[in-house]
Design a protein around this ligand. Structure first.
Ligand SMILES: [Zn+2]
Ligand SMILES: [Zn+2]
Ligand SMILES: [Zn+2]
Ligand SMILES: [Zn+2]
Length: 306
């Protein structure tokens, strides 16, 4: 359907030689020659996709330009954000800017097809220029945020990168297998911090899961909460279920749920109460002993729904 774009993706190396054969001119005036990508103009289109894309980069801030695209009387373009900042003077030639819109470039942009910026991460999508941004914001290949809560960690990346980062930088416990039996011990159960108390990463079914255990105030009531997040997309997360059990002195609480994707922020999951919630009085009761120490045994299991 889009021969030029396809060839552009498959064989980006050929770009250089085309550039030579076409000569040095990449002025806006030549653009119409290369568009649209006719069957005979495949090689020309190959070159133009790149150069038009460059023309659509604001020369001031280097962001992609979207309508209204402005130009000075000498034809220098700039984006609408930059136009507001340059006090009516063209940043390229210092000429008075006025209020000239570059409709031709806006229209050329509207007919461009470009690969998603997450192509290197595996996205094969090709999008119209004006639809590309919207796709990229929800592209399943976009990088994940670090799921570690309680710190504003700036690390983003694919799942293998995030797993390595959790292990090396946050010193998170790694656990292989689909069942677990953890003891949470805390010397002073009467302190409630709004932070992750413990995070464990589970590796099973070839996937990774984050088990959060934390203490916070639910309204006025201090609680502990445990929940599982899936390191991947929501539609994959839904293929799994998990259960958590905690108890003592002949009583127990059981939670069965569906892991949430780490695309859903940790706070969002917590605030939706989508997990095992243990009120502090109950947690202290489960701990037995002298009520001065919290000792919870949490058992759990992850399974795949067929
Ligand atoms: Zn700009
Ligand atoms: Zn100018
Ligand atoms: Zn994409
Ligand atoms: Zn982090």
């Amino acid at each position: 359907m889009f021969p030029a774009s396809r060839i552009f993706m498959e064989d980006p190396k050929s770009e250089g030689s085309d550039e030579e054969s076409l000569g040095a001119s990449n002025e806006l005036g030549d653009v119409h020659l290369d568009m649209p990508f006719s069957a005979s103009g495949v090689k020309t289109g190959l070159f133009s996709t790149t150069s038009v894309h460059e023309l659509l980069e604001c020369p001031v801030c280097t962001n992609s330009m979207y309508p209204p695209i402005h130009q000075c009387p000498n034809g220098h373009t700039l984006c609408s954000n930059c136009k507001l900042r340059v006090h009516n003077q063209c940043p390229t030639c210092r000429h008075e800017l006025g209020n000239i819109r570059c409709l031709a470039l806006e229209k050329v942009a509207g007919s461009l097809e470009l690969p998603c910026k997450h192509q290197a991460m595996g996205c094969a999508g090709i999008f119209l220029y004006y639809e590309k941004l919207k796709h990229e914001q929800s592209c399943r290949f976009r990088p994940y945020n670090c799921p570690y809560a309680g710190s504003e960690c700036p690390i983003t990346g694919g799942i293998p990168t995030i797993v390595t980062h959790l292990k090396n930088d946050h010193k998170v416990d790694m656990h292989d297998g689909c069942t677990f039996n953890h003891r949470y011990v805390k010397a002073n159960p009467h302190e409630v911090e709004n932070a992750t108390w413990m995070l464990t990463v589970f590796n099973c079914f070839g996937e990774h899961f984050c088990l959060h255990f934390e203490a916070f105030l639910l309204g006025m009531a201090p609680v502990y909460m445990a929940f599982l997040r899936f390191m991947g997309e929501d539609e994959e997360a839904k293929k799994f279920s998990y259960s958590l059990e905690v108890g003592g002195s002949g009583r127990k609480l059981v939670w069965q749920g569906v892991p949430r994707s780490i695309r859903d922020g940790h706070k969002k999951v917590r605030d939706s109460h989508d997990g095992l919630i243990i009120h502090r009085n109950m947690a202290v009761f489960f701990s037995g002993g002298n009520r001065q120490e919290l000792k919870l045994r949490v058992t759990g299991r992850i399974w795949k729904e067929e």
